[in-house]
Design a protein around this ligand. Structure first.
Ligand code: F0G
Length: 490
């Protein structure tokens, strides 16, 4: 296969703009060992021990490989409690690349979400956004607010080829504002890229239009810029007029339409831990520093060590290099194209940080109440030791008002690619396993809860296969009607 990011087949291949200097051995396991490990983990891939995982595609969060330049920076950590020089360097770098004036460092992305939610949301408020993210919505709800989805309809359709499925539907946004009133909308929560839709980007035109619509009505706009650099790559290659603009300039232009951002540094910033809240409003930033001191740490470290902040500053500089991004997203495309060629249903277009397998179409014999994506992730682990993650009805959780499962329209298994970690051969092994499973898909059993936590249940829930003890049955599993899953509403 020619690694050409979906363009003409005859082009020459590219390769990663780095070479491997240090390796971490990984264990090969046998199928009986994996059968036992997944049963011990309650059929939840989050509960597997990493030592039992061969290729870990659970998340791209904090799983990045740092460069020699970043590791060198780790030795320059200024671990002073107050006023670390690495914080100054980080804040300058964030201003240079993202454009915001004030940086409040946090232990990771959800720390920034917590502070922003506490400061801006009052009980009864509504927060419109382009699809929910689990921790973001949780903090909005804990602060008394309610998330309202205003993403375009195409985002909920895994087969739609819209190039910017992360876009905000301006009519939906305006009608939320009309319904609840400006006074009850603390901000627009804009994600770039949209994780739960499959790493789908939002266009510059849409960022501009949605921000203008809000700003005209005095509603602030906060960007979840966790994967905004990857979003900038898509703008460069897909949006007219940006072919010749650098990633750096696109990123800055995206942010310039917004009032601040929350970032999990564990993704685009190429580090293993850390995050930040960045703001333009000096007064809000001051209040945020006060909260930071309570929940994260002093406002010049926010839960990060000095060395972590240095690594993050250097990671931000590396993250905007086009050749790096081309290889990073090219690897995702390489995996996705193999699956598409074999007829495996995945979310298209292929997104930025992973392949999202459509478990509804993969396992039509299971209803959504039998957690098809959870079951598929467990079966994939048993087949090959590849660890993916459920992003469907289990992740969507229960509606806090009704207590009912939120029936997410998307029922996906995410195969997320850590940055600069795996090789093309790892992608081949992964694709072969998914394709083999697809051929015996009717052997995969559904699941039922054996333990369900109150909040963010996907992290710690436990399950049991329906009709047997193992996730892969010896014979095809009897088909059941799936009409229930078609009435989805989230
Ligand atoms: N926003 C987005 C879009 C994210 O994907 C995440 C984390 C966060 C915020 C929260 O950041 O983990 O540093 O507290 N996503 C991880 C994932 C967990 O696997 O997608 P955090």
């Amino acid at each position: 296969m020619n690694r050409n990011n979906g363009k003409t087949r005859n082009r020459r291949s590219w390769a990663e703009p780095y070479k491997i200097k240090m390796v971490e051995p990984i264990k090969m396991t046998t199928r009986p060992q994996r059968e036992k490990a997944i049963a011990d983990a309650g059929f939840n891939t989050f509960l597997l021990s990493s030592k039992d995982v061969y290729i870990d595609l659970l998340t791209d969060s904090g799983t990045n490989a740092m460069s020699d330049n970043q590791w060198a920076g780790m030795l320059l950590g200024d671990e002073a409690y107050a006023g670390s020089r690495n914080f100054d360097r980080l804040q300058k770098t964030i201003t240079e690349y993202y454009g915001y004036e004030h940086t409040i460092p946090t232990h990771q992305g959800r720390g920034a979400e917590h502070i922003l939610s506490m400061l801006t949301i009052r009980k009864g408020d509504s927060i419109p956004g382009n699809m929910y993210f689990t921790t973001t919505r949780m903090h909005q709800e804990l602060a008394g607010g309610q998330f309202v989805d205003v993403i375009i309809d195409e985002a909920h359709d895994p087969t739609s080829l819209h190039p910017f499925k992360g876009n905000i539907d301006l009519d939906k946004l305006q009608s939320v504002i009309d319904d609840v009133g400006v006074a009850h909308i603390p901000y627009l929560c804009m994600h770039a890229t949209v994780n739960m839709a499959g790493g789908q980007p939002i266009s510059m035109a849409n960022i501009r239009a949605a921000s203008k619509l809000c700003h005209n009505q005095d509603i602030p706009v906060f960007l979840d810029a966790t994967r905004a650099v990857e979003n900038a790559y898509f703008i460069k290659i897909r949006e007219e007029g940006f072919e010749n603009t650098s990633i750096e300039d696109i990123l800055k232009a995206m942010c310039s339409h917004t009032d601040g951002c929350t970032v999990s540094g564990k993704k685009d910033c190429l580090v293993n831990i850390g995050g930040f809240l960045a703001l333009n409003d000096a007064e809000l930033a001051d209040r945020a520093r006060n909260e930071c001191v309570i929940y994260e740490g002093l406002h010049t470290y926010g839960g990060m060590a000095g060395r972590d902040m240095e690594a993050m500053a250097r990671g931000i500089e590396e993250s905007v290099e086009f050749n790096y991004l081309h290889a990073r997203i090219g690897q995702v495309v390489y995996l996705g194209e193999q699956l598409l060629e074999a007829g495996v249903p995945i979310v298209e277009p292929i997104g930025g940080h992973g392949i999202f397998v459509d478990a509804r179409r993969f396992l039509p014999h299971l209803t959504q109440d039998q957690f098809p994506a959870q079951a598929l992730a467990a079966a994939l682990y048993v087949d090959s030791g590849v660890r993916g993650m459920e992003r469907g009805v289990v992740s969507a959780g229960r509606d806090p008002n009704t207590g009912q499962n939120r029936k997410s329209r998307l029922e996906l298994v995410r195969l997320t690619l850590p940055r600069r970690v795996y090789t093309q051969a790892h992608m081949d092994v992964t694709a072969e396993s998914v394709i083999d499973l697809f051929e015996k898909r009717d052997h995969i059993r559904g699941l039922t809860f054996s333990y369900e936590p109150d909040h963010l249940r996907f992290f710690r829930a436990r399950f049991h296969p329906i009709g047997g003890d193992s996730i892969l049955a010896d014979a095809p599993v009897t088909s059941v009607s799936s009409t229930m899953s078609d009435t989805a509403s989230v």
